[in-house]
Design a protein around this ligand. Structure first.
Ligand code: MN
Length: 257
């Protein structure tokens, strides 16, 4: 094997691919990312909703899940450190997947410490506090007792239940205003002051951007969709000087990396 080249970036941050077997082009785009950009960094932070859903680690037998797990493992074997924060879709990822993908599960909020800076990392759903119905649902499904009883059900039954939850969530989202489904500004300021940081990176809202607020800078990751004629996706890169850059992918299929 060739000697590992000097990394070109300190870290990459990515989220909200919502991958499943019905998203073949988006999945291919992510594989290309894992085989190119991601091989030239020191750390890759996967910040939630990489999978559209995760029924439990025993679902690793599904070829689609296995393929993705193996691609992550290959990257970790090349010396890239992989970190994972659960999203609201794939929060059931557990230690078996982490072990087989060669990644480290982080609890949110996680403070990532780099040479010149600290960055607080969250998926972003827990900060959408105006969506009280979702917050109630989140509290239920993040409860270890609920998860234990859910994971005790047969895999096929879990998948059926998840499918009906996805239907329900799609219907509920159509009735909620844009404000309700964004992060709550006061909650963001609370994170800045509670954790003594001036930078936050999150995804979830599918509203990529950089926001200067009273407490610091809030970087929002894009979601990915390569299925249609117009594609979108991207990541945030920390370069060797510590600067954060958003690498956006928009437009034609050919524009990725
Ligand atoms: Mn999400």
């Amino acid at each position: 094997m060739a000697a590992k080249a000097q990394p070109e970036t300190v870290a990459l941050f990515v989220s909200d691919l919502h991958l499943h077997a019905g998203m073949p082009r988006t999945t291919d785009a992510f594989f290309r990312f894992l085989q190119t950009e991601a091989t030239r960094t020191s750390s890759l932070y996967l910040l939630g909703d990489i999978f559209e859903y995760w029924a439990g680690d025993d679902d690793l037998q599904t070829p689609f899940n296995r393929k993705l797990c193996d691609a992550l493992r290959l990257l970790s074997e090349r010396g890239v450190k992989l970190y994972w924060i659960a999203g609201n879709r794939d929060f059931l990822v557990g230690p078996v997947f982490a072990d087989e993908a060669g990644l480290t599960l982080l609890h949110e909020p996680h403070i990532a410490e780099f040479t010149h800076q600290k960055i607080l990392l969250v998926h972003g759903d827990a900060q959408c506090t105006d969506d009280t119905a979702y917050m109630g649902f989140r509290q239920q499904v993040r409860d270890p007792a609920w998860q234990q009883s859910f994971l005790a059900k047969p895999l096929a039954e879990r998948k059926t239940l998840i499918e009906s939850m996805r239907e329900g969530s799609r219907a509920a989202q159509q009735e909620k205003s844009m404000e309700i489904m964004d992060v709550n500004p006061a909650e963001i300021e609370r994170l800045f002051s509670t954790y003594g940081v001036t930078q936050i990176i999150h995804g979830h809202t599918h509203r990529p951007g950089v926001h200067q607020t009273a407490g610091g800078m809030r970087y929002v990751l894009p979601d990915w969709d390569f299925e249609g004629k117009l594609v979108r996706g991207g990541w945030i890169a920390m370069d060797l000087d510590g600067a954060l850059k958003t690498i956006g992918v928009h437009g034609s299929q050919l524009s990725l990396v």
